[in-house]
Design a binder for this molecule. Sequence first.
Ligand SMILES: Nc1ncnc2c1ncn2[C@@H]1O[C@H](COP(=O)(O)OP(=O)(O)OP(=O)(O)O)[C@@H](O)[C@H]1O
Ligand SMILES: [Mg+2]
Length: 273
Amino acid sequence: MDLTAANAKIAEFSRLIEEKTFNPYSGELKVGVDLGTANIVLSVVDQEGNPVAGATYGASVVKDGLVVDYVGAVRIVKDLKEQVEQILEVRLTEAATAIPPGTLGGNVKGIINVVESADMNVTHVVDEPTAAAIFLGIQEGAVVDVGGGTTGVSILKEGKVIYTADEPTGGTHMSLVLAGFYKTTFEEAERLKKRTEDHRNVFTIIKPVVEKMATIVKNHIAGYSVDKIYVVGGACCFDEFESVFAKEIGIETIKPHKPLLVTPLGIAMHSTR
Ligand SMILES: Nc1ncnc2c1ncn2[C@@H]1O[C@H](COP(=O)(O)OP(=O)(O)OP(=O)(O)O)[C@@H](O)[C@H]1O
Ligand SMILES: [Mg+2]
């Protein structure tokens, strides 16, 4: 796995989203839709997995793989699709999407329906940590996706996923702890949590949540020979996050830059075109 190359791609994708622009490409485009608990991301990559364009929207229309506001979710995906279509001047007709590991039938259908109601055929449904593993090119080890709502774990051996799991602890729980500590609203705690200049103070308060996440991961990987853990997802943005994991679990823990955008890029790479 080449972390430097992965980081360069993630940084490029972030720039494309921010500047609302695209990179030149050749061949068919691959599209991914990540319906997260905190963020919805539409990502477009080329056949080699290089970022071409993307758009993102912060929303709480899906909760841990369950669509809680169907109309809102469809509207946002349609809007993101139109934004990217305008940037690229092409129509996007197919997409891959993702679910937390263990999501069951009806809820998977709910996710697919959102993307299809936004006029894209769903070609592939992948689980979130596995999407991240594909993007990072991981052959061996565990990938942990700590999003807004859940912590997803995927264990790989010789490039194959041999185990997946998902537990309801994520960035939302960090914000709840912060809100309790400062006796403020959840929304205010979310804002405070994301201010990078306050990360050190915030981290001392939410550290027990990170330790809990580490314990969850430790329990899931017990019995497998894992010698590296890769953490992705918005909730692991804190500088000290991976050192808490390494200390609690006793396994080297690696984090790409901008961990928020890893899973969305991996989902796009799963699109079968
Ligand atoms: N700079 C930041 N510092 C701390 N936390 C952040 C930062 N940016 C985003 N987050 C947190 O990351 C979480 C969102 O991450 P992500 O986009 O990976 O989740 P999601 O995919 O929407 O959720 P899930 O995968 O659980 O359904 C939120 O809890 C958000 O508050
Ligand atoms: Mg996610």
